[in-house]
Design a protein around this ligand. Structure first.
Ligand code: SR1
Ligand code: MG
Length: 430
């Protein structure tokens, strides 16, 4: 639905909040005042949104604090010239509620949802910080690999026909099918724009001009990217987070929380896994740019371990759910366990995991490319001020991305990918 037709329907009363108007507009909202304190005139409000799309306010009252997140009818990063449906807030709300059922405790608690104002009032996570920021600072967080691997397996498995009643899944698929505009962003920004001279693209120039030209002329890479786009757009396998990078995770050393699933839709399981691992590989290559005097060797080892552990935790939990919760229409027990044929069940599980592994590598490859060549870059590289240093880090990620996208069917283990990352890291890039 375009922005104009939205306005004629349920969003005609939409007005963007500001720190000045928020207390008077939300002062009567029980879900908020009961939690943070009723005297709205005493609330202090800060707008802290640093993402590409939305307004995010922290509202502090006498008893506590809450987050108010509101969508804007356009892409904040670009401006009003790029309209974007307010309904993404509806998808975010529904995705958060499903994720909280599928992996309890891993998402912020929702206090209130106002569909007409495209606004979600939720738990203020404190002292959590965005995972991407923690990794840039060189923090080695002990829990994230296990927590994120479990989250991926539980949300992806439990939202699919491996587990969910297929009538429910199909109804949900229909609900999320309307998240067209956000899928369109991914379809263009991740899978296509990096590989031609698209209008909003940018890269570290002139240092990367040569490799950018090479990648855009790389026939195998372009075919691989389009095959991955095909899989993304035409495989409604499970409810995805849809934008699962390290900026969508908040952490303390003892807690991990997943936020921001406004890109949620029914897509291939491998997409969330690949996007997340890509962001860890990019963090790995960016460490040189954040090395002040001391070394980030330990951080680099930590990051490769996290990648291996996320994949291991994902596999182990997915297998556990396969054996314990496989109650959907796929790979029915009647054909396997119920006939005492445990080996057939294991064979089928291996096949499913192998498919996820291959596609995951491809999605990771294109995600690395788009964060360096497209519109939406990441702070891991962007905060490296010396552009020569930044370009050297980015070149390594571009090379790994190309390898993963093109050769994904021939890569057998996460150890193999991490070894290649280490080799690239040691390469002298001129
Ligand atoms: C125009 S939106 C650009 C990017 O920001 C979001 O976080 C998604 O990653 C999207 O691709
Ligand atoms: Mg986001």
């Amino acid at each position: 639905m375009g922005v104009m037709s939205e306005k004629m329907n349920s969003y005609q009363d939409f007005v963007a909040l500001s720190p000045d108007t928020l207390p008077s507009r939300l002062g009567g909202l029980a879900a908020l005042k009961d939690r943070i304190g009723g005297d709205a005139s005493a609330w202090s409000v800060r707008e802290v949104g640093d993402g590409n799309l939305n307004l995010v306010f922290i509202v502090q009252g006498s008893k506590g604090a809450a987050v108010v997140k509101q969508a804007l009818p356009y892409v904040r990063l670009v401006g009003e010239s790029w309209p974007l449906p307010l309904k993404r807030s509806f998808f975010e709300y529904h995705a958060l509620s499903r994720q909280s059922q599928r992996d309890p405790g891993m998402t912020p608690e929702i206090f209130h949802f106002d569909p007409g104002q495209a606004m979600i009032v939720m738990e203020f996570l404190s002292p959590h910080i965005i995972l991407r920021r923690a990794l840039i600072e060189g923090q080695e967080l002990p829990r994230i690999a296990k927590d994120l691997g479990l989250f991926l397996a539980r949300t992806l498995f439990r939202g699919s026909d491996l587990c969910l009643d297929t009538k429910l899944r199909k109804a949900d698929l229909a609900l999320f099918a309307d998240n067209v505009a956000l899928c369109d962003i991914t379809e263009s920004l991740v899978f296509s724009n990096p590989y031609f001279d698209a209008k909003l693209n940018r890269h570290t120039s002139p240092q990367l001009d040569g490799i950018v030209a090479q990648l855009r002329a790389d026939r195998d890479l372009k075919v691989a990217a389009q095959r991955l786009k095909h899989i993304f757009a035409a495989t409604p396998e499970t409810l995805l987070h849809g934008d699962f990078h390290t900026g969508s995770v908040m952490v303390t050393p003892g807690q991990t929380r997943v936020i921001d699933p406004e890109f949620a839709f029914y897509g291939p399981m491998a997409f969330d896994v690949g996007m997340l691992l890509a962001n860890f590989w990019m963090s790995y290559f960016s460490q040189t740019g954040h090395e002040a005097d001391g070394s980030r060797d330990s951080m680099r080892r930590y990051l490769l371990n996290v990648i291996a552990e996320i994949w291991a935790a994902f596999r182990a939990e997915f297998s556990r759910l396969w054996h314990g919760e496989r109650s959907g229409i796929l790979y029915q027990r009647a054909l396997f366990e119920d006939q005492g044929d445990m080996l057939a069940s294991e064979q089928a599980l291996d096949l499913v995991l192998q498919g996820i592994w291959i596609d995951m590598l491809g999605f990771a490859g294109v995600e690395m490319h788009r964060r360096i060549l497209g519109l939406a870059h990441n702070a891991d590289f962007e905060t490296i001020e010396n552009t020569d240093v930044r370009a050297r880090c980015e070149t390594k990620a571009l090379k790994l991305g190309r390898h993963l996208a093109v050769n994904r069917h021939r890569i057998h283990s996460v150890v193999e990918v991490n070894r290649l990352a280490e080799r690239l890291e040691k390469e002298i890039v001129t």
